[in-house]
Design a protein. Sequence first.
Length: 325
Amino acid sequence: MRKLIAAINMTLDGFCDHTARIADDEIHQHYNELLSNADTLLFGRIAYQLMESYWPTVVKNPTGNKPMDEFAVLIDNISKIVFSRTLKNFDWKNTNLKKEVIKEEVLELKQPRNGGSKNILVGSPSLIVALTQLDLIDEYQLCVHPIILGKGLRLFRNINDRINLKLIKTKTFGSGSITLYYEPARNNHTFKDLSSEKFYHGTKAVLKPGDLIEPGFNSNYGKQRKAKYIYLTATMDAAVWGAELALGEGPGRIYIVEPTGPIEDDPNLTDKKFPGNPTKSFRSRSPFRVLGEVTDWQGHTPEQLKAMKDGLERLKELGIEAIED
């Protein structure tokens, strides 16, 4: 899967303003290298119109500054997608328009293209927030300039839920600017990390290969609130429990699934009682793609199933909920 990178300039006090940054040759070259390793650039309307009004003219009339002129050619040639409900016309080449951010479409965009795996970049504040809320950003590259602006547009002003990040590395420039490289901190595994595993998901839903299983359905536990995560396992026994305990009518079903994004250890089954995740239970905010169905599985005995349901009912009475943080 291709990496979606949020790359943006900001002041020390967290504001995004294209006039409040240091745009020297070293920083231009940094962004030239970033663009060279990408083949798609995502924009919101305001950032797109700002860039469109300037860089195509530099392609036609080079400035003589090598890093700037190279940047102009790179951004002119790259595939651009603009997300806007109000933009009607655009003249910049290699541009496509979409009216809204749809998670499934972005996930499809992240799939390797033509055997390649170049990155996808996003540099618009509003779009970075929207993609963050959908848990689609794989890496943040925040270039912090030694400027205190005091007012303006804060990058993460519309993020209401806490998101923990892991610092990967830093890059310091002669101007005093510094790029901070972060990735979401989720005790993550990737499908590549666990490529030797076969994953299962137990449910009562009737699905077919190619369907996506997404968060938002009611949990099987406690007050059965809407779940922020979906769950999968690499053991058949855990999948059987999932199928038997799932809400809904009809028989339980077990599907072979493929994660479309990062997965993490299920904290409900990896506490001190189960160090190291021996049940191979995981969760994700990203959809799972159905690959096929297991039809020859053996369910638990009626006595075992009743004991498990009684235990879940006791947890509900005690007010113990599934861990959704």
